[in-house]
Design a protein around this ligand. Sequence first.
Ligand SMILES: Nc1ncnc2c1ncn2[C@@H]1O[C@H](COP(=O)(O)OP(=O)(O)OP(=O)(O)O)[C@@H](O)[C@H]1O
Ligand SMILES: [Mg+2]
Length: 332
Amino acid sequence: MAIEISDLVKVYGNVTALQGVTISIPEGDFFGLLGPNGAGKTTLIRILTTLIRPTQGSARIMGCDVVEDRALVRTKIGVVPQAMTSDLDLTARETMDIYARFYGMGRAERTERSEELLTMVGLKDRRDDLVATYSGGMRRRLEIARGLVHKPSVLILDEPTIGLDPQSRHVVWELLEKFRGADKLTILLTTHYMEEAETLCDHVAIIDYGRIAALDTVDGLKRQIPRKDVVELTISGCDASKAADLIKTNPSVTSCAVQGDTLIISAENGANAIPVFVEGLKGIGAGVTKVILKQQTLEDVFIHFTGRPIREEEAKKVSFLLGAGVPTKWGR
Ligand SMILES: Nc1ncnc2c1ncn2[C@@H]1O[C@H](COP(=O)(O)OP(=O)(O)OP(=O)(O)O)[C@@H](O)[C@H]1O
Ligand SMILES: [Mg+2]
């Protein structure tokens, strides 16, 4: 196992941020920890990256204990913290060089690795400009390159695309996929973006109130909840309520609402049901002019296991303020 987390508990004063978290992540896995604000994601990351100690339980990365073998763990992991931490007064090249020195890399190796990574993240042409002149997406890409400078086996990212525009987010996703393929990397990221977890991750754990509410592949998670797709059919040539009555007789349908000339149908397997619906409607003289199939998403899974939606926009605002870069004296 690349990461072995065993019954981890973290108490801050009267807040229990982690209430016994157990997760095993195999080598080469792309693992997502999905949860809303305050779920305990950053706390878990900070323990794994040896910044804070657990109150109880243990965690090992590539066989090294995060409390007993801190120095060793740090050589095995690359870290991209939640808050942007790249120094505005440095250039990308200087940033890479300083980090490479931390790891005791010689000059030739430092230069080679830095050039290689800055090229991969698309910053080669800007490598001698100050980070202060970069966009948020560029800073993030630099921070990912920086995290990989010493060729770690495990890359740990806390909300890597928080606050980025959709296009920059996609660029970061592509980068992570690329690095994963190139370096046989194990990747653990936290996110509150459903799409991010769904697009990137082999396995996803849903974390809520410091507990793992569910853990499986994305498809596995979807299979764990009662299957419900939504099919919207716009019809012509027949009264919509008459059409709805017919649809409701199909055993896979749990509900059918009428909105103007559109039927909004909740059904077990939308893709299979659509041809049956269309055929049936033809029988009562109705034509179908538009079909929309909304398949179950990770959002539905999240609501099933936690009883509430994740509210991404709200999360974005708060997370920026509470991100892990805030000094301790401000309460972190
Ligand atoms: N240093 C601290 N002192 C006291 N409480 C803390 C501290 N750090 C975190 N907490 C609390 O622990 C809980 C988990 O916080 P954590 O930052 O791990 O959540 P998160 O999932 O990363 O949230 P976000 O999505 O906002 O980043 C929250 O209730 C938070 O207020
Ligand atoms: Mg956090």
